[in-house]
Structures are given as structure tokens and as C-alpha cells.
Design a protein around this ligand. Structure first.
Ligand code: FE2
Ligand code: FE2
Length: 148
């Protein structure tokens, strides 16, 4: 049980870090409009590119750690938890697709002619991604708080 507790604490720490990253992502996206001159020169704001790149490296690792440690243990506890873990795995796959779409939208800032359209697209993808990832983290925190 000690190891499970440590796993859960490790996951919680990663969630805190992840929520901070999402705040930063949102701040960068809100600031996009101010970068219209930079965008006119076909360069995406550096901070936004960096955070998107970092998330696309780090988030799959977080998901893998959860699946291989926390979920693997939790799924053995009850059929309900097994179902919950399956649902969370499905959400991981969906969230990675959304993150990849956000990355593509950010890349497009450097290419597209219509800056306003691409800014709108980045904002839309970022909003959906952050919303769903926050919901996902909240669900995991809630569910795993109960039994670990
Ligand atoms: Fe997760
Ligand atoms: Fe998580």
C-alpha cells in the first residue's frame, strides 16, 4: 500500500505541475492578439511554441506513468475502478489528439496568410484542450482520493 500511496502522491504532484502549465498556456494564448506584428512576420510567439512543445513531450509520459502504475494497481481493486481506468485511458488518447491539433494550429501561425483566422483557430483548440484536460485531472483527483 505504501508504494500505491507514493504513486498517488507522485501523480498528484504531476497534476499540480500540469495545471500550472495550462495556466501558462492560457496566458500565452490570451496574449496572442498583442503579437499581431510578430505574426505578420510569420513567427509564432516563442513562449507559446515552447509550452506546446513541452506539453507534447511531457503529457504522453505523464499518461504512460499513470497507466503503468496507478491504473494498473487501481484496476485490480474493483470492477468499477477498472471501468474508470478504462475511461481515463480513452480520454488520454483523445487528449493527445487534441494536443496534436493545437500544435498544428500553432505551427500554422507561421504559414497562414490570414493571421486572424489562425489566431482564432489556436484559441479554439487551446480552449477545448485546456477545458477537457482540467476536467480529466479533476476526475482522476476525485476518484483516486477516495481509496488511496
Ligand atoms: Fe490521466
Ligand atoms: Fe493525470
Amino acid at each position: 500500500m505504501e508504494t500505491t500511496h507514493a504513486t498517488r502522491k507522485g501523480t498528484h504532484k504531476e497534476h499540480v505541475f500540469l495545471l500550472e502549465e495550462l495556466h501558462q498556456l492560457e496566458r500565452d494564448v490570451v496574449g496572442l492578439q498583442c503579437y499581431s506584428e510578430v505574426l505578420a512576420e510569420k513567427a509564432a510567439p516563442q513562449e507559446l511554441e515552447q509550452i506546446s512543445r513541452h506539453l507534447s513531450e511531457w503529457l504522453p509520459q505523464h499518461f504512460r506513468r499513470e497507466e503503468e502504475t496507478l491504473f494498473a494497481k487501481a484496476a485490480r481493486i474493483s470492477p468499477e475502478l477498472e471501468d474508470f481506468c478504462r475511461l481515463m485511458r480513452d480520454e488520454h488518447a483523445e487528449l493527445l489528439v487534441r494536443l496534436s491539433r493545437l500544435g498544428d494550429a500553432i505551427d500554422a501561425l507561421q504559414r497562414e496568410e490570414s493571421v486572424n483566422d489562425t489566431i482564432y483557430h489556436v484559441k479554439k483548440e487551446a480552449k477545448e484542450f485546456t477545458l477537457r484536460l482540467r476536467d480529466h485531472v479533476a476526475l482522476e483527483e476525485e476518484e483516486f482520493r477516495g481509496f488511496l
